[in-house]
Design a binder for this molecule. Structure first.
Ligand code: NAD
Length: 459
């Protein structure tokens, strides 16, 4: 079935109102969970072929999160979909006011490659839970995983309700020509701009989940051992190919040497040669390997590689690497790294370093390791970013009660749990007026006594 036909069928199906039925939605979510569970072994196999991702990481960072979100929706959509009464002002007495959440219609979800199951399925599930139909276009880079998703979804759900379409940029371009009711995009800031422009043609609302350089502060009073442990885990998870990974470290000069040495030990403990084999991922493709390798070579030529820096092109391997003595001017500090290279910049004055971060595009995440609430609050107050953690990194993503999204060039809109439900819904506002009372107040002729009362009513 070609793309315009799928789209047309979804439009028609949405108009039957079947997806608006909450019982129907819950049944579909339960079915989806069963389909995923049944295919779990095949999904592990596909993602391993794409970039050697282990079953543990695939479950913990992808499938487990997807199952949890499905359960959250099954539990809450009845309540979230209900009409909600709100207050009514005096001017509208004796009316009643309420909000009716309604699905938007036919939604396009475009996924990135780095957590291919989670990043594609999570927004798709959210859209379905809110009563929409979905066309999902996963990234073409992890080809086995995308094929797997298409096979699994398309053989279990009708195209008029939920369809996975695989393909390269040309396929996305075709999709972006259509008049969707919502576009949810996860990917780079650069492609986000293309999506935003395409959506503008039809005034389609968009959510953009983009990337950026996420700073991580390590303040002098931080618990250095814990900071190193959590930073090493969150940076080298998925071989650094994580949108919310700490992109670079800002460490206070007074603890710099100590912190570097603890961080190095932490990496050695987790990713020694034999542990790397089973716990560490490949870089997704040759182009990304070459890009990262170039950054590494520049750092190496400048004598800045503090630890790691081992590579093997034959299996797209780059070891966890610490890059030291950086400045904001270095090439590695210009774009999102999206790989296992971690630059570390030291600072003496918090105010100065905050200003440096402020001068850059707003990041997706920010992490602060430290104890003094005055300093922590200062960073929270002064810097704008999508979300983050204090004394941890990445984990805010896993709490579905926290809306997840970026700000400025790291994105717009949010999802996860309730905020995702709202993202894929229109909050229809209704004022419901009885007919037994009507004053002449708002009608002409506009006498001065009427004006006085209107002034009194509106303030
Ligand atoms: P990308 O922007 O290259 O691709 C994303 C999607 O857009 C893919 O499906 C791709 O096929 C499509 N695409 C690529 N070029 C296109 C074009 N010219 N026109 C139309 N469609 C096009 O991103 P990526 O490399 O897959 O993912 C990495 C980026 O995604 C990083 O910047 C990362 O930070 C970001 N990301 C953000 C989040 C988040 O939740 N905020 C999550 C994961 C990844």
């Amino acid at each position: 079935m070609n793309i315009p036909t799928i789209f047309q069928k979804q439009k028609e199906y949405f108009n039957t109102n079947e997806t608006k039925n909450v019982k129907f939605r819950i049944a579909q979510l339960k079915k989806l969970k069963q389909v995923l569970k049944k295919n779990e072994a095949l999904m592990y196999e596909a993602i391993y072929k794409d970039f050697s991702k282990s079953e543990f990481e695939t479950y913990a960072t992808e499938l487990g999160i997807v199952y949890h979100e499905i359960d959250t929706f099954i539990k809450h959509i009845r309540t979230w979909s209900r009409k909600k009464r709100v207050g009514t002002d005096l001017a509208n007495f004796p009316g009643r006011s309420y909000i009716i959440p309604e699905p938007l219609g036919v939604c396009l979800v475009i996924g990135a490659w780095n957590y291919p199951y989670q990043i594609s399925l999570l927004p798709a599930i959210t859209a379905l839970a809110a009563g929409n139909t979905v066309i999902l276009k996963p990234s073409e880079l992890p080809s086995q995983t995308s094929k797997m998703m298409a096979q699994m979804i398309n053989s279990n759900f009708p195209a008029e309700y939920f369809r996975v379409v695989v393909g390269e940029v040309s396929v996305t371009t075709q999709l972006l020509d259509l008049n969707f009711d919502k576009i949810f995009f996860t990917g780079s800031t650069q492609v986000g701009k293309i999506v935003y422009q395409a959506a503008a043609k039809h005034l389609t609302p968009v959510t953009l989940e983009l990337g950026g350089k996420s700073p991580t502060f390590v303040l002098a009073d931080a618990d250095l051992k814990m900071a190193a442990k959590r930073i090493a885990w969150s940076k080298f998870l998925n071989a650094g190919q994580t949108c919310v990974a700490p992109d670079y470290i800002l460490v206070e000069k007074s603890i710099e040497d100590k912190f570097l040495s603890i961080l190095k030990t932490e990496i050695e403990n987790n990713y020694s040669q034999e542990k790397v084999e089973e716990n560490y991922l490949q870089i997704i493709n040759d182009a990304h390997f070459d890009r990262l390798n170039r950054l590494l070579e520049v750092a190496s030529d400048a004598g800045c590689v503090f630890y790691g820096g081992n590579t093997d092109k034959s299996n797209r391997f780059i070891s966890p690497t610490l890059i030291h003595n950086n400045s904001f001017k270095d090439e590695i500090m210009q774009d999102e790294i999206f790989g296992p290279l971690l630059p570390i910049i030291s600072f003496r004055q918090l105010d100065d370093i905050i200003q440096k971060v402020k001068d850059r595009p707003k990041p997706l995440s920010c992490y602060i390791y430290g104890k003094d609430r005055k300093n922590i609050n200062k960073i929270l107050k002064e810097l704008s970013f999508g979300g983050g953690c204090i004394n941890d990194s990445v984990m805010h993503f896993t709490n579905s009660k926290l809306p997840f999204g970026g700000v400025g060039s790291s994105g717009m809109g949010s999802y996860h749990g309730r905020s995702g439900f709202n993202t894929f819904s229109n909050m229809k506002s209704i004022l419901d007026k009885p007919v037994w009372l009507e004053t002449s107040l708002k009608y002409a002729p506009y006498k001065s006594w009427k004006f006085k009362i209107v002034r009194w009513l509106l303030g």
